[in-house]
Design a protein around this ligand. Structure first.
Ligand code: GDP
Ligand code: MG
Length: 746
């Protein structure tokens, strides 16, 4: 609908707006480029530091001429010769004489916007009072000062066209501010009397005008509730007179200059509002209470909204308009803020996402600092711009914005802590493993529990530092307590796993010790078999040497005491790294099983064919070649070689069934291995124990009995061993026989 205003050429330029901007055209269309104009003239950024003046008056009373002189504007003026209306609709221009300095060396106010409103005597618009009313409404809704321009000779003409205009102004004012009781803005009506001849002093003219105004006001039909309202409840008045521009051109210029300096900030000298306010204004005419409090960057939107309501003859509800404006602008500002925030945060989000993609979550450096900076910057920027708007709307939109910012930050921060979590757990695990390795290398006994405690402290501190750097004061989600607890829980899980590994290493060391201990001591016991008489003294005739009969008792005792010692070592060490009783129980159970395996392997090694045959031969030879006193026999042909041979052979042969079964002498039964190993502790996880070999009689489901477990030589092996041994013994016998005969021959 505003195609009329579509800009031609290459975008907006200052030249294009030399004559200001036509805010509303003669077709009553609003110019969508108003904000462009405010931007170009650098008014849009001024917040509340701007002023709006509208000029009213009959056609061709020199309004545009006055504004051009006062504000250096270039509004169109009627040429002397043509005498027809030039100003159409509503024009706006920014004051170009800000540098004007008055007598008191006082400058004009900054950012004065002037609206030149189409003349109102209706001469050229016929009887169309409609536009007059609409433009008056528009001016009142926006302007602080309304200049009423009139000829001196119009003063006192109560029925004159301009009095009709004032009546309109008063009426629409009541209509407008009826609904807006809380802000109830005042306006200054600034009468400028033109072609003042000087015969009647300004004071008299003022009195006449005030009397007329009071008359008009009392004749007004006021809306319900405002019947008793007085004109001074809404308006202040100021007056100025200017000499004839054509007859007194120089004086006209100096007086206009003087008038110009009144357009600056002022204040009220007395607290009383009254009709003679002119005397009571100190400084300039712009009192703060006149300002409509529409931020400059929202002015175009507000003005367009207002005009839209006016044109469509809707009830103008300024508070609602201000709320709508606030919503619109707060959303706009919020968008801009979020764009800047996005630009700051997106690269960080991408970096984080890439880390996750590559499976190497990155802990971003100084994220807390940059995140906080982006957050504060955004919220601050919003606050500066948006807080000028409707307080309730602003507060709501601020919460919305903070929510959006915090949602982004929260996700980013949680990603950061997830990365810190992952890398923290990894370095904790590495650090503990490294310290253990270093401890092992030095051979020194290292305290596993101390290492874990120290490294856990380091890991927790690191995470805490990161989490603290992300914390935002007063924002509950940013304390990250839950993440911290989860992290600590994970560290404890890793510790438990590392301790388990450490327990395994300890178990391996203890097993090795058991193996070497049993290797020596069990080997020694088997070696004793080689000597047929055992260690202590000479045995009685026909009685098996004690060393042979209780071989298994000694091995079993040896085994038990060795394992007992190993258990003590294991428990001591495991306790030093805070292993639980459960973990210790499992370790001991494993140790006993493994130790049994070690013993079994050692015994198997000892009874391997070659080894055991050699032992039997030695045992036999010892009995055969030495007499009871341990003296070597020299065989003579008369000796009962055969008898000695048979006795020694039989004696050695008894060893084979003895060796074949692990049996204790006293009970003639295998040791109670199941009792000794004990039941598997409840916490044993079968998956972890796959390295354990089954034990007959202990692991019943294996289907192997204890008897089988305790069988050292199978029946076949025993028979084979008997045959081989006999052959060996026979060989020794034959050799002895030969040597006896040989001895005779000598
Ligand atoms: P507007 O329609 O109220 O904006 O009036 P203009 O500024 O276009 O002026 C209308 C006519 O009045 C022009 O021909 C001006 O030269 C003339 N004019 C401007 N100022 C004065 C003045 O102070 N006194 C007289 N007598 N004529 C003036
Ligand atoms: Mg004009």
């Amino acid at each position: 609908m505003n195609g009329h205003f579509a800009s031609v050429g290459d975008g907006p330029s200052k030249e294009q707006y030399e004559h200001g901007i036509q805010v509303v055209d003669e077709e009553k269309a609003f110019n969508p480029s108003l904000n462009t104009y405010l931007q170009l003239t650098k008014t849009a950024q001024s917040g509340f530091n701007y002023h709006l003046i509208s000029v009213f008056g009959s056609q061709s009373t020199g309004k545009s001429t006055l504004l051009n002189h006062l504000f250096g504007t270039q509004f169109g003026v009627m040429s002397e010769s043509e005498r027809r209306q030039t100003t159409k609709g509503i024009w706006m221009s920014k004051n170009k004489r800000e540098d004007r300095v008055g007598a008191g060396a006082e400058k004009m106010a900054e950012n004065i916007l002037v609206m030149d409103v189409e003349g109102t005597d209706g001469r050229e618009r016929g009887e169309d009072q409609d536009f007059e009313r609409k433009s008056a409404l528009f001016a009142l809704a926006t302007s602080e000062v309304l200049i009423v321009n009139l000829w001196e000779h119009q003063v006192g003409l109560y029925q004159g066209a301009n009095m009709g205009l004032l009546k309109t102004v008063f009426e629409v004012n009541l209509q407008l501010f009826l609904k807006d009781k809380q802000s109830n803005p005042r306006s200054l009506l600034f009468f400028v009397i033109r072609d003042h001849i000087g015969a009647t002093p300004l004071a008299n003219l003022r009195n006449t005008l005030l009397a007329d105004l009071t008359n008009i006001w009392s004749g007004l039909s006021k809306p319900a509730g405002l019947e008793k309202s007085r004109i001074e409840d809404y308006f202040d008045f100021a007056f100025a007179a200017l000499p004839h521009k054509i007859l007194q051109p120089e004086k006209f210029v100096t007086e206009v200059e003087r008038l110009g300096t009144r357009f600056r900030a002022g204040h009220r000298a007395s607290k009383q509002h009254g009709l003679h306010v002119d005397h009571e204004l100190e400084g300039g005419v712009f009192l703060p209470e006149y300002h409509r409090r529409i931020p400059a960057d929202g002015f175009s939107v507000y003005a367009e909204g207002i005009w839209d309501q006016i044109v469509n003859n809707k009830d103008l509800d300024l508070p609602t308009q201000q709320e709508l404006l606030a919503q619109f602008r707060c959303d706009e500002i919020s968008r801009e803020v979020l764009e800047a925030f996005d630009a700051a945060i997106s690269p960080l989000e991408e970096k984080q996402a890439e880390g996750v993609r590559l499976g190497k979550p990155a802990v971003l450096k100084d994220l807390g600092v940059s995140g906080k900076a982006a957050r504060v910057k955004g919220i601050k920027a919003f606050e500066v711009e948006a807080s000028r708007y409707h307080k309730g709307v602003y507060a709501r939109k601020r919460v919305e914005l903070e929510g959006k910012i915090d949602t982004r930050l929260k996700a980013l921060y949680q990603g950061q802590l997830a990365a810190a979590h992952k890398s923290g757990v990894a370095s904790f695990s590495d650090a503990v493993a490294g310290a253990v390795k270093a401890g092992q290398k030095k051979g020194a006994s290292y305290e596993f529990a101390d290492i874990v405690e120290r490294e856990k402290g380091v890991a927790l501190k690191q995470f805490e530092t990161e989490a603290k750097s992300l914390a935002i004061e007063g924002i509950a989600w940013s304390n990250f307590k839950q993440q911290y607890n989860l992290y600590e829980k994970d560290l404890d899980e890793v510790s438990a796993r590392l301790r388990k590994e450490e327990m395994r290493r300890l178990a391996t060391r203890v097993e090795r010790w058991v193996r070497s201990r049993l290797g020596e001591s069990v080997g020694l016991e088997f070696n004793k078999l080689g000597s047929g008489r055992g260690g202590s003294g000479a045995p009685e005739e026909g009685v098996k040497p004690a060393t042979e009969k209780d071989l298994w008792d000694r091995i079993w005792n040896l085994f038990m005491s060795t394992v007992k010692e190993a258990e003590t070592r294991f428990v001591e060490r495991a306790k030093s790294f805070d292993a639980s009783q459960d973990e210790i129980d499992v370790g001991l159970w494993r140790l006993r099983r493994k130790s049994w395996g070690v013993l079994k392997a050692k015994v198997d090694e000892e009874v391997m064919e070659g080894n055991i045959l050699l032992k039997l031969r030695e045992n036999f030879e010892d009995k055969f070649r030495y007499d009871e006193a341990g003296v070597p026999r020299i065989w003579r042909p008369t000796d009962d070689i055969e008898g000695v041979y048979t006795k020694a052979k039989e004696s050695t042969l008894t060893l084979i069934p003895l060796l074949a079964r692990f049996r204790l002498a006293e009970t003639y039964a295998p040791p109670d291995l199941p009792e000794w190993v004990g039941n598997a502790p409840a916490s044993v996880d079968p998956k972890d124990e796959e390295d354990l070999a089954p034990i007959g009689g202990v692991d019943e489901e294996e289907g192997k009995s204890l008897e089988e477990e305790m069988t050292i030589l199978s029946e076949a092996k025993r028979q084979d061993l008997v045959v081989r041994f006999k052959k060996t013994a026979d060989g020794v016998y034959v050799e002895a026989k030969r040597s006896a005969i040989g001895g005779v021959a000598q």
